[in-house]
Design a binder for this molecule. Structure first.
Ligand SMILES: Cc1ncc(C[n+]2csc(CCOP(=O)(O)OP(=O)(O)O)c2C)c(N)n1
Ligand SMILES: [Mg+2]
Length: 777
């Protein structure tokens, strides 16, 4: 079927790189064409006998293929001139344009990096009335050039993305987009069941493409499994997984037949094969797969045969690790040669027309690249990070303090007399539970899901009653898979709902954290804030559970959350704060599209007393529904105290308050205690203010010595020029947490806080009186 390109390389091609050889091959192939030629087909006639593709369709797809190919060739040339900053291309994969043709531009697409053909074809789908005319060549050129005018990412990365085309930009982490694509498919179906109006048609499907090597990745397998698990229960999940099988991943070959063998017989996953190397042959199968997915709403696996020519990227000199014979054989399978053959054989185009179109596209791509090179780059830091963490405080405050409709609250709580503000003070778990009921009343688009959260109400019953009050559609159990829970959250968020996923323990976030770090939290940055996937991730965690759990139920590692750009992390130590913080986090989601984590200290869920058994001082009233916190706002106990300040959060709070009493008794210092409440971002000015106003500083951090919050607090103090003040940090040890009583050996205890104050006091006693600290020093 394919042209044979002679081996070894003829003399005229020596000295050319493989991209140039592929380029020359095309021209020579067309010139040398001597096959039979039919009578020119009319636009609506099959391009070749028996093909499902008509002549007009072929003409357009071929043009999309040429767009993609010449963008690749242009990138290879201009990379060396430093005008282009990305050379992973789509050559050999241009047949994916068929998937774009067979779908709609409103089917959300999560694309493989070899999607030049798909993108060019999808541009055709934009209704003329959409306003700004778009040109796939120019848009791509701007992206290749990392220009600020790049409509996909604003110059932050070379991504395939477009707001108008529902192409959500993806990161380079292979397979990380498969869970969210499934999540989006599930969300399409879930939306109408909760009365949410979708921004896309109700019969949309989610499209997700990836490579054959990527199909083996844990994150991909997790998504396939979850798709199967969903379909097995007859739940709809209209996701079209497109595996672009070129038989290789960088330099590692996929075993022959592996993709078909591995995916043909999975429960609930319907397998289709299409020849992506031949438009006339492959289109019917692509169409069949798309139609099947749309009609049956079942997860569909489209195995698309592709090839990879011109190497993995411009930096991959295949000639150094593959034989020339093998390279020539691969290049002979170039799908553009086949398209040229179809154009000629069908009589649709003459040789001259094909060559003219090929050269015209080259000129168009280089002209666009030249223009893109003249466009502005990102030159200022403020510009770079503008979309990372948008924050409009006034709007967030207004939204957070906006009260739900009274009737909705009464319905949510089961009667006027049951409204939480009318109840006696309660502990943390109850107040979180009430606050969630309130958020459900306020936002009908809220969905809460995770392991065991529905009927059981979570392992700590924090979500109890929500399922009963709001039903299966808004509160549901997921399969046991944190990656999928977070992928699902992105899916719901992509379509305008407000997901509140739960991760059962902090330790079990770690195997899925890339879904926050690499994916959810990065979307606003890489899409120049055109796409948002706001969510509030609740995580039960931290240590101090008495005699229970060992490390994994007492994990105190906070650092993995602290290093995620743009993420907000809140941690409430008491019930009223929790309710007000959850309102603020939901408002941040709604107003600024932010992704946040709400860290719930398990050991404080049921805490009622502070100083003495039975004093009930850790119970709080439920804050009125118009009360919320400002992001970063700390809680200050004993604000008038100036002899010493203790900074803490979570479990450290009741301990610090008790220790403060003891310090006062022992040393006569009045002690201010500050609950940071917001761990990311830390409120550096507030920390500096309290440090400045007080004579001595204690930082009580239940995290680990090298991985906590305390380092951030101390940095804020030092950077404010207050590093010379007497201070101590009380912090956990760099270790895993052991079981039972030994757990308390590795995390801070109340006595450790008092002991830290003792050290400060001893050091002062050793100094002359005049050098002892006071608040003003
Ligand atoms: C999680 C992850 N690991 C490693 C890489 C580096 N990497 C980029 S592409 C690639 C090979 C992917 O091969 P395949 O899925 O077959 O796609 P193809 O490039 O062949 O289209 C690798 C290993 C990555 N991007 N992400
Ligand atoms: Mg591959």
């Amino acid at each position: 079927m394919f042209a044979t390109v002679p081996t070894p390389i003829p003399a005229r091609m020596r000295g050319l790189n493989r991209a140039e050889i592929c380029d020359v091959n095309f021209t020579e192939f067309v010139k040398a064409w001597g096959g039979p030629t039919d009578a020119r087909p009319a636009a609506h006639e099959a391009i070749l006998d028996g093909s499902a593709l008509d002549a007009q369709g072929f003409r357009e797809l071929f043009e999309s293929q040429l767009v993609s190919r010449h963008l690749d060739l242009m990138a290879r040339v201009l990379r060396v001139q430093n005008k282009v900053f990305y050379t992973i291309g789509s050559s050999g994969h241009e047949g994916n344009a068929m998937v774009a043709r067979a779908t709609r531009h409103t089917d959300p697409a999560f694309l493989h990096y070899r999607s030049g053909g798909f993108m060019a074809e999808r541009f055709r789908k934009l209704p003329a009335a959409d306003g700004t005319p778009r040109d796939p060549v120019m848009d791509s050129a701007l992206s290749f050039a990392a220009s600020k005018d790049d409509p996909a990412s604003g110059g932050r990365h070379k991504v395939w993305g477009s707001k108008a085309l529902w192409v959500l930009p993806q990161t380079s982490t292979i397979a990380s987009h498969l869970p969210k694509a499934l999540g989006t498919a599930i969300a399409i179906e879930a939306a109408h069941r909760i009365g949410h109006v979708l921004p896309i048609p109700g019969d949309s499907i989610a499209i997700c493409s990836f490579g054959d090597a990527s199909a083996n990745h844990a994150t991909a397998q997790t998504a396939f499994n979850a798709a199967s698990w969903t379909a097995y229960q007859k739940l709809p999940a209209p996701v079209l997984y497109v595996c672009e099988d070129n038989g290789i991943g960088i330099s590692v070959k996929t075993p022959n037949g592996w993709i078909a063998e591995s995916f043909q017989n999975r429960p609930g996953l319907d397998y289709f094969f299409a020849n992506g190397l031949d438009l006339a042959d492959g289109y019917a199968d692509v169409q069949r797969a798309v139609e099947h997915c749309r009609r049956t709403r079942r997860p569909t696996f489209l195995h698309l045969r592709t090839t990879r020519i011109m190497g993995h990227a411009g930096t991959d000199f295949e000639i150094e690790w593959r034989s020339v014979e093998e390279l020539c054989a691969v290049e002979a399978g170039d799908p553009l040669l086949r398209s040229a053959a179809i154009a000629l054989e069908s009589g649709l185009m003459s040789k001259d027309e094909v060559l003219a179109q090929y050269e015209a596209m080259r000129i168009r791509c280089f002209a666009a690249a030249d223009e893109a090179d003249r466009r502005p780059k990102l030159t200022g830091l403020a510009d770079v990070i503008a979309p990372l963490a948008p924050y409009t405080p006034d709007k967030v405050r207004d939204e957070a303090t906006r009260t739900p409709a009274p009737e909705a609250r009464i319905a949510a709580f089961g009667g006027e007399q049951k409204l939480p503000e009318k109840q006696a003070p309660k502990h943390l778990a109850i107040q979180i539970n009430q606050a969630l009921h309130d958020l459900f009343a306020k936002y009908p688009e809220t969905v809460l899901f995770g392991e065991d959260v529905a009927q059981k109400g979570g392992v700590y019953t924090v979500t109890k009653g929500l399922h009963k009050a709001f039903g299966n559609r808004r509160v549901f159990n997921t399969l046991l898979d944190e990656t999928m829970i977070l992928g699902m959250a992105q899916g719901f968020a992509n379509l305008g709902m407000l997901p509140i996923p739960e991760i059962q323990y902090l330790a079990y976030l770690h195997n899925a954290i890339d879904q926050i770090r690499g994916e959810a939290a990065s979307l606003q940055f890489f899409s120049n804030d055109q796409f948002r996937n706001p969510m509030v991730v609740r995580i039960a965690g931290l240590g101090y559970q008495r005699g229970f759990g060992g490390h994994f139920h007492n994990d105190n590692s906070i650092t993995p959350l602290r290093d995620i750009p743009g993420l907000v992390v809140g941690c409430a130590s008491r019930g009223d704060d929790a309710a007000m913080m959850l309102r603020t986090l939901a408002a941040l989601s709604k107003v600024d599209g932010r992704v946040s984590v709400f860290l719930e200290p398990i050991a404080l869920y049921m805490a009622k007393d502070l100083f003495e058994p039975g004093d009930g001082l850790w119970l709080t009233e439920y804050p009125a529904p118009d009360q919320a916190l400002v992001l970063g706002e700390e809680r200050v106990y004993y604000p008038e105290a100036t002899d010493c300040v203790v900074f803490s959060f979570g479990n450290g709070m009741p301990m610090s308050l008790r220790a403060a009493r003891e310090i006062e008794r022992k040393h006569g210092w009045n002690v201010r205690v500050v609950d940071l409440r917001w761990l990311v971002p830390l409120n550096a000015p507030a920390i500096a203010k309290h440090a400045r106003e007080c004579a001595r500083i204690l930082v009580v951090d239940e995290g680990r010595h090298s991985a906590g919050v305390g380092e951030g607090v101390i940095t804020a103090i030092t950077e404010a020029g207050l590093g010379g003040k007497p201070g101590r940090r009380v912090v956990g040890v760099d270790t895993y947490t052991p079981l039972a009583g030994a757990a308390l050996l590795v995390i801070p205890k109340e006595e450790d806080i008092v002991a830290a104050a003792d050290v400060l006091a001893d050091a002062e006693l050793a100094k002359p009186h005049a050098q002892r600290p006071n608040a003003a020093s």
